[in-house]
Design a protein around this ligand. Structure first.
Ligand SMILES: [Zn+2]
Length: 125
């Protein structure tokens, strides 16, 4: 079942956007919306290191905040809508955009973590 580690790993961005295993690019990375699988069903990679990856939330806040605030400023400058229109536009847009970005960003961070052998800080002392 365990395939040998490929000589050249697939792009972490390609596997991340596809939500696939960072080593083989074949097996699915998630078993639910955001819960990573224990092992890749294609290559057997142990994905337990991915369980605690919460970093995407920070990037989503920054990206979605930039997009929504920018869009709200443009709409306000061009159309001067009443405040409730802003609420009707930007609250659902924020939620939808955040949910759309969550899986691919988490998968990309897991892939980058695997590619760079990154992990929690360790003391060598
Ligand atoms: Zn795999």
């Amino acid at each position: 079942m365990n395939e040998p580690v490929p000589e050249r790993l697939p792009s972490p961005f390609a596997t991340g956007l596809a939500c696939r295993c960072p080593r083989c690019g074949e097996g699915p990375l998630f078993q639910g919306f955001l819960k990573p699988v224990q092992r890749c069903e294609s290559c057997g990679l142990d994905l337990s290191f991915a369980a605690g990856t919460e970093g995407p939330a920070v990037f989503i806040i920054l990206i979605v905040g930039f997009v929504i605030v920018g869009a709200a400023a443009v709409v306000e400058a061009m159309f001067h809508p009443p405040p409730f229109v802003h609420l009707l536009l930007w609250i659902p847009a924020t939620i939808i955009l955040s949910l759309l970005l969550l899986r691919p960003l988490k998968a990309t961070m897991v892939a980058l973590q695997y590619h760079h052998d990154a992990g929690e800080g360790r003391s060598d002392v």
